[in-house]
Design a protein around this ligand. Structure first.
Ligand code: KG4
Ligand code: ZN
Length: 342
């Protein structure tokens, strides 16, 4: 039976670019039959951040079991799978290699087509899972631990990067500020929780703009301002309130993100705006962008938190659209740690 006659296309997807070992089965690009995530966060928390060598070792221990569980939860065998999608970049090279080698081995042994997927495209595609009506064109703000990109999604496989961070990613800023305040890793959820107890207007941290690049971001000045504020208090022997720092920092991030989002919405006159990536699970950021969209009659989309942070279902969605367009990877597929979006 050809794919055109076949009603359902089943994608097995694999994600191992950072500290989650994940596999999923996605049907027709929108229906997630299983989404298994084995997180290493507890292990890396001991070191205050992701240790690449440990990440790779844990991926290799877990990956077979995670894939088996994804298949069995979906009620499928490898025979039912039409293609394997795997993240091949960007990410930690050793971590990526585990997923890529595994996908290649299954593809070769079971004669299933292989599709290498860009991790950031996967994050964007997470929006299709729960918003069945969402179709391009739309704008998407990708805010993760390693990336901050404002992307124009012109069509399913057509992405244009309007702006990116010049220094730290949004999630990286959360993680660094959390470490400075003593909240530990991963910083995002901890700052969000602490911020709920604080005053977002207590301290006026800078909202940097990149001259001449209206859609680019810069977070390193904000991070330094938080550190300077804390050092200043210590030198003057004045106490500082962690919750106020967390809330004021989070407010500055909201304002920076909303500023660029609004500029792009107005210039490109879009009807739809989406967010993606780990930081998109932050309630305050989500609310700020939602309000900015509603004021301009723009539909706002976001994935549930489980599809914001790293997962394999989002990789399966992008792989599906690539599969339908005839994209296939060879068995020479390699990990590309600094893979560009375009
Ligand atoms: O997308 P993701 O899981 O991995 C990357 O591709 O980088 O994002 C992880 C990042 C971390 O920096 C983490 O601190 C941040 O997302 N994050 C959050 C929240 N949950 C995760 N940042 C702010 N608020 C949150 N609730
Ligand atoms: Zn990610």
């Amino acid at each position: 039976m050809s794919d055109i006659e076949k009603k359902e296309i089943n994608i097995l997807s694999i994600e191992s670019s950072c500290d989650e070992t994940a596999a999923a089965v996605v049907v027709n690009g929108r229906n997630v039959r299983s989404n298994v995530i084995s997180s290493q966060i507890d292990l890396h928390t001991l070191y205050g951040g992701v240790v690449p060598e440990i990440a790779s070792r844990k991926h290799i221990e877990k990956i077979n079991q995670v894939i088996e569980t994804a298949l069995s939860e979906a009620g499928m065998l490898l025979d039912d799978i039409d293609a394997i999608g795997v993240t091949y970049g960007p990410g930690l090279v050793g971590a990526l290699l585990v997923g890529v080698a595994e996908a290649k081995a299954i593809s070769y042994a079971a004669k299933i087509p292989l599709i290498g997927v860009h991790h950031i495209k996967g994050h964007i595609c997470a929006n299709y899972i729960e918003n069945k009506e969402l179709e391009p064109p739309f704008l998407c703000l990708v805010i993760s631990g390693g990336h901050t990109h404002l992307v124009r999604v012109k069509d399913y496989l057509e992405y244009e990067v309007l702006g990116r961070t010049r220094d730290d990613a949004a999630g990286e800023a959360f993680d660094k500020v959390a470490r400075a305040i003593g909240l530990g890793y991963p910083g995002g959820p901890k700052i969000e929780k602490e911020a709920k107890k604080g005053d977002p207007n207590a301290i006026r941290f800078p909202r940097a703009k990149v001259t001449g690049e209206p859609y680019d971001f810069s977070f390193s000045g904000l991070k330094s301002a938080v550190l300077n504020y804390m050092n200043g208090c210590k030198m003057k022997n004045e106490p500082y309130i962690e919750a106020d720092i967390a809330a004021s920092f989070q407010q500055a991030v909201c304002d920076i993100l909303v500023g660029n989002a609004v500029r792009a919405i107005e210039e490109f006159q879009v009807e739809k705006f989406a967010i993606a990536g780990g930081v998109a699970s932050n309630g305050a950021i989500r609310q700020a962008i939602r309000e900015a969209c509603e004021e301009r009659n723009v539909h706002f989309y976001h994935p549930s938190p489980v599809f914001c942070t790293d997962n394999a279902a989002m990789i399966g969605v992008e792989a599906y659209y690539e599969y339908m367009a005839g994209v296939r990877s060879g068995l020479d597929l390699n990990a590309v740690p600094n893979l560009k979006l375009i």
